[in-house]
Design a protein around this ligand. Structure first.
Ligand code: AMP
Ligand code: MG
Length: 355
């Protein structure tokens, strides 16, 4: 090798070393946002910038949907309910409401963001949780109904027809937020990372440190220790959400009162489901938002109707529903993909055959 060639080879090695040494960063950060423990992990040259921008974006989304922020869009809607006045909405809130209304129709009202008056009345997860009286229930239920939420696409505005109504985006906002972070990761060229909003809505991007698919633990719905798993799902480039009656609940008279309300009965859904997990692969637009709202909707629908409903969804969406007898009802290749399934659970005999 001549002097020049040696020099060139040395420079090449130096450049490769520099790229490998300084270019890739692995960054992980946790914060409490959207009422949940958010953990963002990213790998790439711009990982820190991607995570900082994502955290800021999550705080902005929180301020739009948080009922404790006085001038949030959801509060304005409630304040002007019944006056006939339209509320101009931020595009993010409009998109969530439009999607919610679409799925209110598709699920025959099982998913309904106007369930807010009932959510507030039951107060599940707050220090004033209680079983309401039949009179209170009837009064709150009168103020629920997706047909009484009007949207104007051109004006990006909405209004609620009756005073006392409100909207609750708790069943959709976290999934929407996952999609927004996903977009920021893409902008910064992040190829590997985990966007985790409290374990209930997440996106697994690329591979983990071991260079394999992310391994997502699905919580055992009846073990107090949140670390106890029902199963593990390897996930790569896909969104996942889980909803269950174990997340927020209280018990009275042997009944479990939880935070997913069936708007048709006014009570915590008793559909036979105790936990629902939905996955959307990267071919599904708005996969985070869809998996989030679908877990809530399918929980209300219950295993049988829920499975049939999931089969009407785009191909990249699949799910697993656990019923009270610990049977797993699945669609797509979910039954095959689930690993380390706890021996407490069995697959329902029709799993996977229906699709
Ligand atoms: P998730 O934990 O994703 O299932 O969402 C549950 C949250 O969604 C609740 O805490 C409420 O804020 C809201 N919610 C409850 N029931 C419904 C429903 N039937 N439709 C839409 N949102 C609901
Ligand atoms: Mg949900």
């Amino acid at each position: 090798m001549g002097k020049r060639q040696k020099m060139a080879a040395f420079l090449l090695i130096l450049i490769v070393c520099l790229c490998a040494g300084c270019g890739e960063q692995q960054v992980k950060k946790s914060e409490l946002i959207l009422d949940t423990a958010v953990t963002l992990a990213a790998e790439g040259a711009d990982a820190q910038a991607a995570i900082d921008e994502s955290m800021a974006r999550l705080k902005t989304i929180d301020s739009m949907v948080n009922p404790n922020v006085p001038d949030s869009d959801v509060n304005k809607l409630a304040q002007l309910a019944g006056t006939g006045k339209w509320v101009s909405l931020q595009p993010e809130v409009y998109k969530m409401l439009a999607t919610a209304q679409d799925f209110a129709v598709k699920t025959n009202g099982a998913f309904d963001v106007t369930t807010k008056t009932l959510v507030d009345l039951w107060g599940i997860g707050t220090d004033h949780a209680k079983v309401p009286s039949p009179v209170e229930l009837a009064a709150a239920q009168k103020l629920v109904g997706w047909q009484k939420l009007e949207l104007n696409e051109e004006k990006q505005a909405a209004r609620l027809q009756e005073k006392g109504m409100g909207v609750d985006l708790g069943g959709i906002a976290k999934g929407f937020a996952v999609d927004e972070v996903r977009k920021i990761y893409a902008k910064y060229g992040i190829e590997n990372g985990l966007i985790n909003l409290g374990g209930s809505s997440l996106y697994a991007l690329g591979v983990n440190k071991e260079q394999t698919a992310w391994r997502i633990g699905i919580r055992h719905p009846r073990k107090e220790d949140a670390q106890e798993k029902m199963a593990v799902l390897p996930l790569k480039d896909a969104a996942l959400s889980t909803s269950g009656d174990y997340e927020r609940f209280f018990e009275a008279g042997g009944v479990r009162y939880h935070h997913i309300i069936d708007p048709r009965t006014g009570r915590p859904a008793q559909s036979g489901a105790i936990s629902v997990t939905i996955v959307a692969d990267s071919s599904v637009p708005d996969g985070g938002m869809l998996t989030d709202l679908l877990t809530t909707a399918v929980f209300v629908l219950g295993p049988e109707q829920g499975i049939h409903f999931l089969q009407t969804m785009p191909h990249g969406i699949k799910g697993a529903i656990v019923d009270g007898r610990y049977q797993l009802w699945t669609t797509g290749d979910m039954a095959k993909e689930l690993e380390d399934v706890s021996k407490d659970f069995q697959f329902w005999q029709g799993s996977g055959e229906l699709q």
